[in-house]
Each structure stands twice: as C-alpha cells, then as structure tokens.
Write a protein that binds this ligand. Structure first.
Ligand SMILES: [Zn+2]
Length: 179
C-alpha cells in the first residue's frame, strides 16, 4: 500500500516517506481508524445541546450553527474550527482543501508535560487536522479565493512543523492558478 501522506522530513532527504518510522506511524493511524470510525468521533451528533458560556442560554448545535455560532440571546461568539469558519465564508458552503497530504512531525523529540509525539497522535485521533493550518480554495461572492487559517483544535493552534510549508504552497498555488 502506498503511503498517501508526504513525510516532509523524509522528502527533504529524498526518501519519499518510505522510512520505517513513517510506515509505523501510518499503520498506527490506520489501526485507530478501524477501531474508531471517524464519523463517530469527529462530527457533532444531531440534536446535541450547547450552553452559552456567557449567558447560559441553551440551544441545539444545529440552531447555533444557523446563527453562525453567535449566541442568539447575548451575541457571544462561540469558538469555531476552521471547517465551520470556511462553511460560513464560502459560497454554498463549498470549498476544497489543499495540501492535506502533508502533516506535522516531531522533529525535535520534544517533551513538555507529555511527549509532543503523543500530542500529535491525540490531535490526529480527535480531529481530521494534520497540522495547525488548514488551507482551502473556494469562491466568495463568485471570486476564487485561497484561505489559510490556523485551527485551535490542533494543539491550541500551535505552530506545527509543516505550517510554513503549507503557507508557502498556498502562495505558490495563488500565483500559479489565481493571478
Ligand atoms: Zn449567550
């Protein structure tokens, strides 16, 4: 099976992500995907309730989504992920993710309260984000636009190892396709 992810570190060394380490982590991810279907953990269940942290107003997630995640009672702006943001921004909620085949790595073998590699694993298991930045292309009022947004869900939006690469590719994409 070919690895659909680019291993940025391995690419730098010209190995195209075929190192043992890359393979091991990819298989770990596959295993996780099998035991916990992504539809179960990543999407908000229908009819789930949300409580406003400012005024305690309770409504369904769907109602909150209709109100663009602004509390209908007190105007409090709920925190949203990049996908929710893009759904609001783009015409007909339609957009395409770019460069989602590259993902963050623990280049330094860093540990604070827990190993960074573990934080990465947890982020991948909990969300569909592979890095702190999600780059997409779509139309806003008919104009084609590329947006690169940080996402809090990925370790609090902290800088991942491929964020610069994704941003740089987003700029290249604009030069090649939009201008
Ligand atoms: Zn409120």
């Amino acid at each position: 099976m070919t690895n659909p992810f680019e291993d940025f570190d391995a690419n730098l060394a010209g190995e195209e992500g075929k190192t043992t380490e890359t393979k091991t982590s990819w298989f770990k991810r596959l295993k996780k995907g099998i035991t916990t279907p992504s539809s179960e953990k990543k999407e908000t269940p229908e009819g789930l309730w949300s409580k406003c942290p400012q005024c305690n107003y309770i409504c369904t997630i769907n109602d909150l989504r209709e109100a663009l995640f602004v509390c209908p009672k007190c105007n409090y702006h709920h925190r949203i992920g990049s996908n929710e943001y893009y759904e609001i921004l783009f015409d007909n909620n339609e957009y395409t993710e770019l460069f989602d085949n590259i993902r963050s790595k623990d280049m330094l073998g860093f540990t604070d309260l827990k190993p960074y590699a573990k934080r990465l694993e947890e982020s991948w298991a909990k969300t569909d984000l592979k890095d702190s930045m999600r780059v997409v292309v779509g139309k806003i009022s008919g104009h084609e636009i590329v947006v690169a947004a940080m996402d809090f869900e990925f370790i609090g939006g902290s800088l991942g190892s491929v964020m610069g690469e994704k941003f740089s590719r987003a700029v290249d994409y604009c030069i090649a396709n939009l201008f």
